[in-house]
Design a protein around this ligand. Structure first.
Ligand code: IMP
Ligand code: MG
Length: 172
């Protein structure tokens, strides 16, 4: 049986989201901010985040897929669903559940730049360090871990566990 070891409780998550939302609200006050959530993983974090901000924002989603094993991406990333709002000359914040190698976010930043936004930054719920392969800047991160496969709060393993309100370390 897979084992789920608690990493962050719902209360922990609430206070981390409140903190990052405060930073973002301060940094983007009086800007035209568009949040772009990376499907599917970011849908829970994004929905908490927008309700904790105290500035108006627009919201859109993008979806990519990468071939690879269950627990790591191959680095060969393709677009599956594009954005639908116009981001030209707007401030864009990509909202992602977790950054691991960084290849997905690097692809997304390069891709979204082709629409000529004014600025483009990155907000992740979890920054996982050990396997980073790119030097992308993570502008906002709620929680750092070194390694391990995490599930819950939107994060999945083969589409399971996304619904959990806490974050767990999955041990197979
Ligand atoms: P990267 O391209 O290696 O940075 O991987 C990013 C994507 O891999 C994330 O958007 C997740 O979908 C997935 N991923 C990476 N690490 C984990 C994890 O610990 N749990 C669940 N999904 C993960
Ligand atoms: Mg993801």
């Amino acid at each position: 049986m897979p084992e789920l070891v608690p990493v962050l409780s719902k209360n922990d998550i609430d206070s981390l989201v409140t903190k990052v939302a405060h930073r973002i609200s301060t940094d983007y006050r009086n800007h035209d901010l568009i949040l772009i959530g990376v499907l599917k993983g970011a849908f829970v974090f994004l929905s908490d985040l927008v309700r904790s901000l105290d500035i108006p924002v627009q919201i859109d989603f993008i979806r990519v897929f990468s071939y690879g094993s269950d627990m790591s991406s191959s680095g060969e990333i393709h677009l599956k669903k594009d954005i639908e709002v116009d981001i030209k000359d707007k401030d864009v914040l990509i909202v992602e559940d977790i950054v691991d190698t960084g290849l997905t976010l690097k692809y997304l930043i390069d891709y979204l730049r082709s629409y000529h936004p004014k600025t483009i930054k990155v907000c992740v719920f979890i920054d996982k360090h050990q396997r980073r392969e790119t030097d992308i800047a993570i502008d906002y991160s709620c929680h750092d871990v070194d390694k391990g496969f995490l599930v819950g709060y939107g994060l999945d393993y083969n589409e399971n566990y996304r619904y959990l309100s806490g974050i767990y370390h999955l041990k197979l």
